[in-house]
Design a protein around this ligand. Structure first.
Ligand SMILES: [Zn+2]
Length: 134
């Protein structure tokens, strides 16, 4: 005797144990929906409300399953040189403040003028606006 494969039409999170339950459809009769939870097993209620609930709340297969947090696999880089775990580890040194950096006085002064000019322009524009409204 050949057993018919269940037609899985979607999935839903089980209201009892929160596991991902399959929403299946019977291949015979009224093609009623039923759910199959790995923990709670099959729920074959045929009432209108529960049938409508399943139909409205089921998600595409794989939607709920992928929502569960899984540790992302490390990307495998092929042909990457192996990290040398020998005794070649450089000693940690505190970062030295760079004394060679040139002070950028001229630049900051220039941008200061630009900002000042913008503010003046804005103030001027507002002043004109306010004046024209009076
Ligand atoms: Zn369950």
């Amino acid at each position: 005797m050949k057993k018919a494969e269940p037609t899985i039409v979607g999935e839903i999170s089980c209201g009892v144990c929160n596991a991902v339950a399959e929403v299946r459809q019977r291949s015979t009769g009224k093609k009623l929906l039923y759910t199959y939870c790995p923990n709670c097993k099959a729920d074959q209620r045929t009432g209108k409300q529960i049938q409508a609930f399943w139909a409205e709340n089921m998600q595409s297969v794989g939607t709920i399953g992928t929502r569960q947090p899984e540790p992302a696999p490390e990307p495998i880089t092929e042909n990457a040189p192996e990290t040398d775990t020998g005794d070649d580890i450089p000693e940690w040194e505190p970062e030295q403040p760079k004394a060679e950096e040139k002070p950028e006085d001229s630049d900051s002064r220039g941008s200061g003028w630009v900002v000042g000019g913008l503010i003046a322009a804005v103030l001027l524009a507002f002043g004109i606006k306010a004046g024209s409204q009076q």
